[in-house]
Design a protein around this ligand. Structure first.
Ligand code: HQG
Length: 172
């Protein structure tokens, strides 16, 4: 349990683990790393440690493929986000110089963890206006969601998703 806490909350790199944005690590990679340290590297022991943990610090995905610490991280993970059902349409404000690339590749998260979408045109216009004369893309969020795309919404009503393919938006 202490080893898992160290790896999944603080220092995944010491076990050469990669955590995703929500803090999940590959169970197979964790088991392999345990085995190389002469700790039990079988799934049964791992399940027992997870079940038995006094504060239920860890959780596994239903398919047992991934594991994460529920909280207590010192590394950056965005655990607070829970999937949410978006409204029919969301908006993305940007500027003309990005339009051709966006229409070709879709909206990409670039340096951030997600593509950011606004709940109304006015907000999207303000986001775009940070860079120049704003242009707006209307995103068919409900259609994306219906096809399995995951959305999150922040406390301040910013909608987040991984990527928006071109077929799900149009220029306003
Ligand atoms: C563009 C602020 C080329 C995208 C705001 C945007 C927002 C592409 C820029 C939040 C592209 C990324 C986010 C593609 C997207 N090719 N350009 N395929 N896909 N872009 O700042 O949405 O102050 O990372 O249009 O209020 O402008 O940080 O994203 O222009 O909510 O809290 O690439 O940032 O909030 O820029 O802004 P950003 P954003 P905070």
């Amino acid at each position: 349990s202490k080893t898992l806490s160290l790896w999944l909350r603080h220092r995944p790199e010491v076990a050469e683990l990669e955590l995703d944005a929500q803090g999940w690590a590959d169970v197979d990679a964790v088991l392999a790393a345990l085995a190389t340290r002469n700790l039990p590297g079988d799934i049964e022991t791992l399940l027992h440690v997870v079940d038995d943990n006094d504060k239920q610090r860890f959780e596994l995905t239903p398919d047992l493929a991934r594991i994460r610490a529920r909280q207590g991280h010192t590394i950056a993970v965005d655990l607070a986000l829970t999937p949410a059902t978006p409204p029919a349409e969301l908006y993305h404000g940007t500027v003309e110089r990005f339009a051709a690339a966006i229409e070709r590749e879709g909206l990409r998260k670039m340096r951030r963890h997600h593509v950011h979408l606004s709940p109304d045109i006015e907000t999207a216009r303000r986001v775009g206006a940070r860079r120049g004369a704003p242009i707006i893309f209307v995103v068919s969020a409900a259609a994306m969601h219906a096809e399995g795309a995951v959305f999150h919404v922040t406390e301040n009503r910013v909608w987040l998703t991984d990527a928006v393919p071109p077929r799900f938006f149009r220029r306003l």
